[in-house]
Design a protein around this ligand. Sequence first.
Ligand code: HEC
Ligand code: HEC
Length: 323
Amino acid sequence: MKPFSVLINILLLALIAACSTENKPSHKEPVTKEDLGELLFSDPILSQNNQISCASCHIPEYAFSDTSALSKGVDGKLGTRNTPSAMNQNARSFFFHDGRAETLEQQAAGPIENPVEMALPVGEAVKKLNKNEAYISYFKKIYNKRPDRESVLDAIAAFERTLETSNSPFDRYMRDDTNAISASAKRGQQIFNVKGKCFDCHFGPDFTGDEFKNIGLYNGNDLKDAGRYEITKDRADIGKFKVPGLRNIAVTGPYMHNGMFKTLQEVIDYYDTPQKFVHGSINVDTLLSKPLNLTQQDKQDLLEFLNALTDDRFKAAVQKRNS
Ligand code: HEC
Ligand code: HEC
C-alpha cells in the first residue's frame, strides 16, 4: 500500500470508531432510580447552558466536593459559599451551610435553579428531559411515567443516599482493628475529644450533631455572611452555620462556608487561637472564647486523627492534594 492510502485507511478507521462511540450511549442503561439519579447528577442537561452538572462542583474523586474555595457555575459565575461534600447525607436533618432545606429532594431543586449555579427553573429542566428519547424511556421504565419534577428530584436524592462511606482507618479502628490508626492519631482522638473540645460540636457517626453553631467567622465587616440568621431572622442565630460532618475531610478542602482555609493545618491553627485570625467576631460560641494552647505535637496529632477519617477509596485524591 502507498503511504497515502495507509493514511486514508487510518482516517477511515478513526471515523468509524468515532461514529460508533457516538451511537453508543456513554453510560450503562440505568435500572434503578439510584442509577438514574447518578446519571442526572453528572449530566449538564440540567443546566441552562448545558455545561454544568452537579458533579462539576461535587467532584466524585474528592468525596463529591470541590477543590477551589468557590465553585464556578454557568458562564463562570461564582457564588459566595464553598461546595460541601455531598456524601454521608443520609442521617442529616438540614442541608446547605445555613440549613435552609430539610430534605435532599428539596435541596436538589436549589442548585438547578440558582442563577450562579445551573440557572434553570426545574420546570424547564423537566421539559428538556422530555425531549430526550433516552431519558423518557428510562423514566417510563423506572417510574412508570415521563420525567416530571417529583421523579427527577427523587432520583437525584436516591443516588445521593447511596453516597455513604464507612471504610476509613478510624472506622476499622472502631471495629477493633487496634493497629488501623497510628499512635499519633490515637493521641489526636484524645485531643479532639477533650483539650480541643472538637467533640462538643462534632460528634456521632459522621462527626456532626446537626446543630448550628458560631465559631467566629462573622464580624459584619470583612466576614458578612450571617449564616443561619438569614433564614430564621433570629438574632441568636447570627453567624451560626451548620456543623459539618468530618468524614473524608482530608480531601474536601478548602474549608468553612466561605472556603477561607486551604488546609487542615490552617483550620487547626484557627481553632487554637481564633482571635488571631478574625477580629471583632460577633456572637461566638463560648467553647471558643479561650485559646486552646495546643502544642506543635498536639496539632500534629490532631491532624493525624482528622486524616484517619478519610475513606480508603480517596487515597489517590489524598496523594494529589499533598503533592
Ligand atoms: C456551581 C456549583 C454547584 C453545583 C452545580 C451544584 N452544587 Fe451542590 N452545593 C454547592 C454549594 C456552594 C453548596 C452550599 C450552598 C449553601 O450552603 O448555600 C452546595 C450544597 C449542596 C448540598 C448540601 C450539602 C450539605 O452538607 O448541606 C447537596 C446535597 C448538594 N449541594 C447537592 C447538589 C446536587 C444534587 C446538585 C445538582 C442538581 C448540585 N449540588 C449542584 C455547589 C454546587
Ligand atoms: C462550637 C462548635 C464547634 C467546635 C467546638 C468545633 N467546631 Fe469545627 N465546625 C463547627 C462549625 C459550625 C463549622 C462550620 C463553620 C463554617 O462553615 O463557617 C465547623 C467546621 C469545621 C471544619 C471544616 C469542615 C468543612 O467541611 O469545611 C473542620 C475541619 C472542623 N470544624 C474541625 C474541628 C476541630 C478539629 C475542632 C477542635 C479543635 C472543632 N472543629 C471544633 C463547629 C465547631
